[in-house]
Design a protein around this ligand. Structure first.
Ligand code: GRF
Length: 220
C-alpha cells in the first residue's frame, strides 16, 4: 500500500495534529504526515511534530507583505516535501483564492460545529447563546469562503445542562480527535471523492462515522 503524503498546517496547540499522528501509526492507515507547517513560531503543535520525528517548519505570515506571498511560501514548502493531501488543524489564517484552487479537493479542514451552522470563530459561545441542544464537528474540503466546502464527515455532540464554552469545547474536541483521522482515511484511501461540490462514496463498504460523541446514554 502506498500511503498518501500529508502536510498539516497549524497555528497553536496542535491536538488534532496529535490525533492524526497517532492514527498514522496504525498499520494499514492510508496516509503519513511528511511535513508540519506553523505560521506561529511558538505553536505547541511544533513540539508534537518534533517528538514524532516529523519535519516541521515555521513560515511566519508576519514576514510577508501580502497573503499571496505567504501562501506561495507555503506552497513551495509543500511541493518540495511532495505533499499530496493537506490538512488544516487549527490553522488560523485565511488562504488566498489561488492557494485554495491549487489544493482544490486535496485540502481538508476541521471545524468545531455542525456546518453549515456556526461558521467562524467562537462557535461554542454561539451554540450556547442559541440554546442549541446538539452541536458537533465537521471535516470538509476547503473552499475560499471560510468554513465552507463539501462535507466529508461529521460527528454530533450533545450540549449538556450547565455547559460553558470551555466544557462544551472540550467535549467537541474529543469528537474532533476521532473524526479527523476517520475523514482523512476516507479521502486518502479514495473511498470518497468530490462530485458537483458534494462528497460521494466510491465504495459500497464504508466504516460508519461516529455519531454521538460521547454516546448519548453516557452523556445524559
Ligand atoms: C479545533 O477546535 C479546530 O476545530 C479549530 O481550532 C481548534 C484547534 O485545536 N479549527 P488544536 O490546535 O488542534 O488543538
Amino acid at each position: 500500500m502506498t500511503r498518501k503524503r500529508v502536510g498539516v498546517l497549524i497555528s497553536g496547540r496542535g491536538s488534532n495534529l496529535g490525533a492524526l499522528i497517532e492514527a498514522c501509526k496504525a498499520p494499514g492507515y492510508p496516509a503519513k504526515i511528511v511535513l508540519v507547517i506553523s505560521n506561529v513560531p511558538s505553536a505547541q503543535g511544533l513540539l508534537r511534530a518534533e517528538s514524532a520525528l516529523i519535519p516541521a517548519l515555521v513560515i511566519n505570515h508576519k514576514d510577508f507583505a501580502a497573503r499571496e506571498e505567504f501562501d506561495a511560501a507555503l506552497d513551495n514548502a509543500l511541493e518540495e516535501a511532495g505533499v499530496e493531501l493537506l490538512c488544516n488543524a487549527g490553522f488560523m489564517r485565511l488562504h488566498s483564492e489561488g492557494f485554495v484552487e491549487r489544493w482544490r479537493n486535496r485540502h481538508l479542514n476541521v471545524h468545531p460545529s455542525l456546518l453549515p451552522a456556526f461558521r467562524g470563530l467562537h462557535a461554542h459561545e454561539r451554540v450556547l447563546e442559541a440554546s442549541a441542544t446538539i452541536t458537533g464537528c465537521t471535516v470538509h474540503f476547503v473552499r475560499a469562503e471560510m468554513d465552507t466546502g463539501p462535507i466529508v464527515a461529521q460527528a454530533a455532540v450533545p450540549v449538556l445542562p450547565g455547559d460553558t464554552p470551555e466544557s462544551l469545547g472540550a467535549r467537541v474536541l474529543e469528537a474532533e480527535h476521532r473524526l479527523y483521522p476517520h475523514a482523512l482515511r476516507l479521502v486518502a484511501s479514495g473511498e470518497v471523492r468530490v462530485e458537483d461540490e458534494h462528497v460521494v462514496r466510491t465504495t459500497q463498504i464504508t466504516p460508519q462515522p461516529p455519531f454521538f460523541s460521547p454516546p448519548l446514554d453516557e452523556a445524559l
